[in-house]
Ligand binder design. Structure first.
Ligand SMILES: Cc1ncc(COP(=O)(O)O)c(C=O)c1O
Length: 430
């Protein structure tokens, strides 16, 4: 085989694990979407403008006035103790019992994912993820060179029937999955929520096959409608590693997340965090503590939910107006994202350049699969742009899609354009 051509003069020096990291071509293309003339439905940005600068100012001022020196100092690796009490309350607001000693604070949930990958994955180990799955998790996992087995999602979340088959297959090979990674609430990127029945089934299967469950829950408190489902941790504390974050309910820029896990696992994660960064920022942890102890944080979450609900509705209405009968999409009851499935012959990554030309951006579904899948799908974000902008964005996007459709037809694709409901699509065809 001839060596791969590369412009990188350091190509031969990188560790093997870097070759597993997902391609950044799409990221490069999306980097232009910060231009003001482009409507970006691509990012995953929370609407931090909703947080009043006055509140942040008085919170930061109070921290500096009361304990400036301590806030500028190193802190314990497992996190600032008073903030752990606040995080316990945050979990309580979702009905998940937790004690401060069950928690390690991290630099966002993303660091939790990275540390878990470091602590659990040997090259060649099997792990299980949903398909599609959160790209940041896939990237962390892939750099430790596992075999990722992707289990499709549908409107009820993880297809536990297919999970059962996969776990059985692994058992017959004499192996098992180290963990099953799931985003049960308002999935990124799919927007779906795991049903109660499937939560129980997932834990039953994990118990039977003795694997851990990684519950990544950034969006649970952002429910606009319907009744909350129990967290996996609240159903089986001994088998679940829970990841939380303040990024979506307070401020992503604070970079505060946490892991709640059985204590032996927490001990290993603590060693891994020590070598990663010694400790998270004492300053932002103290600011966050002030905020959660002294401000109406739940009122702020309510306000965010109102804004996001309106934006989600605007997106769903615009999709109905412009793409009914042409595409299918999920109807999230919370969170930040809608997943759109296009006719099978449309290749979303190839369509992205045309969309950017039409001044609208989305993330092609392919980025959310570790190996392949999701070619005819895309993730749309509704948390950042306002309602009118979202409507205009969908209008522009629909024109691009319709142009692709008529081009495809001109080249002889006379297939039924829309996949059957429940049939293979970007979610179930991975
Ligand atoms: C499912 C999921 N997990 C983890 C993260 C990382 O969040 P953070 O590191 O900001 O806490 C995100 C961010 O969008 C996410 O969507």
């Amino acid at each position: 085989m001839s060596p791969k051509f590369s412009l990188d003069p350091f190509e031969g020096q990188y560790a093997h694990r870097t070759s597993n990291m997902l391609s950044s071509e799409i990221r490069d293309l999306l980097s232009v979407t910060a231009r003001p003339d482009i409507i970006s439905l691509a990012g995953g940005l929370p609407y931090t403008q909703a947080l009043s600068p006055e509140i942040i100012l008085r919170t930061v001022r109070a921290v500096l006035e009361e304990d400036c020196a301590a806030s500028l100092q190193y802190g314990p690796t497992d996190g600032y103790a008073p903030l752990k009490h606040d995080l316990m309350r945050v979990m309580g607001a979702e009905g998940t019992p937790c004690f401060p000693e069950d928690i390690m604070i991290t630099n966002g949930a993303q660091q939790g994912l990275e540390l878990i990958a470091k602590v659990f994955i040997n090259p060649g180990d099997s792990i299980i993820t949903e398909a599609p799955s959160y790209v940041g998790a896939l990237n962390s996992f892939l750099s430790y060179q596992p075999r990722i087995h992707s289990i499709p999602l549908d409107e009820q979340g993880l297809r536990t029937d297919l999970l059962e088959e996969k776990l059985g297959e692994l058992a017959r090979e004499g192996s098992r999955a180290k963990f099953i990674y799931v985003v049960p609430n308002f999935h990124n990127p799919a927007g779906v929520t795991m049903s109660r029945e499937r939560r129980f089934r997932l834990l039953e299967l994990a118990h039977r096959h003795d694997c851990l469950v990684l519950e990544d829950n950034p969006y649970g408190l952002l429910r606009f409608e319907g009744d909350p489902e129990p967290s996996l941790r609240s159903l089986d504390e001994g088998r679940v590693i829970y990841l939380g974050t303040l990024s979506k309910i307070f401020a992503a820029g604070m970079r505060i997340g946490w892991v709640a896990a059985p204590h032996p696992i927490l001990d290993k994660l603590l060693l891994a965090k020590q070598s990663a960064d010694l400790c998270s920022s004492t300053f932002t942890q103290m600011v966050a503590h002030r905020y959660f102890a002294g401000e109406d944080w739940l009122g702020q979450v309510e306000q965010l939910k109102e804004i996001y609900r309106g934006r989600r509705d605007a997106m769903l209405e615009a999709l109905e107006e412009h793409l009914e009968g042409i595409a299918r999409w999920t109807r999230p009851q919370g969170g930040l994202f809608v997943w759109v499935t296009l006719p099978a012959f449309i290749k979303a990554p190839e369509m992205l350049a045309a969309a950017i030309d039409a001044k609208v951006a989305f993330v092609p579904g392919t980025g959310f699969f570790p190996y392949r899948g999701g070619e005819n799908s895309m993730r749309l974000n509704f948390s950042y742009a306002d309602e009118d902008t979202i409507r205009e964005g969908i209008k522009r996007l629909s024109k691009v899609i319709k142009r692709e459709l008529s081009l495809a037809r001109a080249f002889g694709h006379d297939l039924d354009p829309l996949p059957e409901k429940g049939g293979p699509d970007g979610m179930t065809g991975g």
